[in-house]
Write a protein that binds this ligand. Structure first.
Ligand code: AMP
Length: 210
């Protein structure tokens, strides 16, 4: 058995009654509110937050080998290669000893990542409960991201990079919807309105499924 397999078998899932786990993929373009809604969902359902964007930003801030490699991709608003992101997610998932389940925020972003997640969970008798896509109009996304850039200084919240991130989302990430649609796990949610309105809609979708 190879190093990765033995690593995969030693993990968080054996510590929990797996039938009660909720695994939500929160999907949508940049600026659709995934981070904001994740925070509320974690609190309500007691889930762990796995945001690949947050992990990558922390790798970058700490100048790790992965951070150094990811930097150029992130600065352009392009996707970091699947191989690197998948390895990072494996490490993160296995670092949780006691999980009620996960909110996957910003992951999977390609069909390759979606296939990996399905295999990784299936190997552990687990599955994605629901894939929720937040739908927000293009102009609203740009407006929100520019505002966030002003507030937080996040360097990729700059107009030309924003436009590229939205293009990358449409071209490379949208096919992930089809992946979950085939498995009848896909639920579109209107991502406009107040934070609480959107949260209510998401909770209704989750509660109908668990
Ligand atoms: P986010 O915070 O989710 O908007 O992600 C910020 C940046 O991190 C993206 O523009 C990508 O460069 C990179 N990134 C985050 N998640 C992924 C992923 N699942 N696959 C590839 N790149 C990612």
């Amino acid at each position: 058995m190879g190093a990765i397999q033995s690593h995969l078998l030693r993990g968080w899932i054996f510590t929990k009654n797996i039938s009660t786990m909720i695994n939500i993929v929160l999907f949508g373009p940049p600026g659709s509110g995934k981070g904001t809604q994740s925070e509320k969902l974690i609190e309500k359902y007691g889930l762990n937050h796995l945001s690949t964007g947050d992990i990558l930003r922390s790798e970058l801030a700490n100048s790790t080998p992965l951070g150094k490699k990811a930097k150029a991709f992130m600065n352009r608003g392009d996707l970091v290669p699947d191989k690197d992101v998948i390895e990072m997610v494996i490490n993160k998932l296995d670092s949780y000893e006691d999980a009620n389940g996960f909110i996957f925020d910003g992951f999977p972003r390609t069909q390759e990542q979606a296939r990996f997640l399905r295999h990784h969970l299936t190997d552990r008798d687990l599955r994605v409960t629901l894939m929720i896509r937040l739908e927000v109009a293009h102009e609203e996304l740009v407006k929100r991201l520019l505002l966030r850039g002003e507030k937080t200084g996040r360097t990729d919240d700059e107009i030309s990079i924003i436009e590229n991130r939205i293009d990358v989302y449409l071209q490379q990430s949208e096919p992930v919807v089809e992946f979950y649609e085939k498995m009848r796990k896909y639920v579109p949610i209107i991502g406009a309105g107040t934070i609480d309105d959107i949260f209510y809609r998401i909770c209704q979708a989750i509660d109908a499924r668990i």
